[in-house]
Design a protein. Structure first.
Length: 306
């Protein structure tokens, strides 16, 4: 069996939905032993695909594989299976908020562009209205900025893994960068939270390192990230409450707020809303204006708050 066999198996499930709707009851939960039918099943879908393609993940949480996304990430991280160079059929873990928590899981198909800024993946328990609990098997396109990790589970003949680096540098993309930028934002830095480690992030890191008598590299190694985390946790100026597929409110920060701000600007050429990744008063007013001008049938579901 090959990686392509696994992708074919995943594709054969396209459109399979839980029944009844909104029940989390699926053929994947029924198959999983012990049966967890009625629980969120994105990881059980991944386990099912690997098993039926002839590449069982083995006994991890149970003898059939995994049913928690964070457990999957933790297990393979400990085994040294996280990779920066995913191949078709590898596992992908998502972190919607950039808060370090695994929110969803899928099977990597391919990069969608030469710059490797977005991927295609097979996912279970998803939909365009609810990324993590949508109740259907679909092929999804995802931004690199939402990805927590890629995993080569070691079940293929080619088990070479390009290890993840622990130091983030200019040019890196992903949820770890989003988390880093949120730390800087919480410490009072004016930064665009977009999940991309660009010149702005590098410059602000150098400033933080200078102020804290650290080696000035502009890179986020484990020492710098640890200091940022401790300082940000003490101040806690902004706490992310975003749940993908649900609501954004004033006070949220993160990559998805950036996307909303860009979408608002695209709808109104005169708006010129600052793209900061922070759902501030100006963003709140812009959302309310958009909702006023557009009938409910075309509105994006935002809970504006007050």
């Amino acid at each position: 069996m090959s990686r392509q066999d696994l992708l074919n198996m995943a594709q054969s499930q396209e459109g399979t939905a839980e029944s009844p709707p909104n029940s989390n009851k699926s053929i994947y939960g029924l198959w999983y032993e012990p049966s967890l039918n009625g629980q969120k099943w994105c990881a059980m879908f991944v386990s099912w695909v690997f098993h039926h393609a002839g590449h069982p993940l083995g006994f991890i949480q149970t003898r059939n594989g995994v049913h928690h996304c964070q457990s999957t990430h933790n297990y393979y991280k400990e085994k040294g299976k996280l990779t920066t160079n995913p191949a078709p059929g590898d596992i992908v873990i998502y972190d919607w908020e950039g808060n370090g928590h695994a929110d969803h899981i899928g099977i990597f198909i391919r990069w969608t562009n030469a710059n490797q800024t977005a991927i295609e993946a097979w996912e279970g328990n998803t939909s365009t209205a609810n990324d993590s609990d949508g109740g259907r098997v679909m092929k999804r396109t995802r931004s690199r900025n939402l990805i927590k990790s890629f995993i080569n589970p070691g079940v293929y003949a080619d088990t070479t893994v390009t290890p993840e680096t622990t130091t983030l540098v200019k040019g890196y993309r992903g949820s770890k960068v989003t988390q880093l930028q949120k730390y800087l934002f919480e410490l009072g830095y004016e930064i665009e939270i977009d999940g991309w480690f660009g010149t702005q992030t590098e410059t602000l890191l150098k400033d933080y390192q200078t102020k804290n008598a650290m080696t000035i590299t502009g890179a986020a190694d484990v020492i710098t990230v640890g200091a940022l985390q401790e300082d940000a946790n003490q101040i806690a100026l902004a706490k992310s409450k975003f749940v993908s597929g649900s609501y954004l409110r004033r006070g949220n920060v993160g990559f998805m707020v950036t996307e909303v701000q860009r979408a608002l600007n695209a709808k109104d050429a005169l708006l010129k809303l600052p793209v900061t990744g922070s759902f501030d008063v100006a963003t709140l007013q812009a959302v309310k204006t958009f909702q006023t001008r557009n009938p409910p049938s075309v509105r994006i579901r935002w809970d504006c708050g007050t």
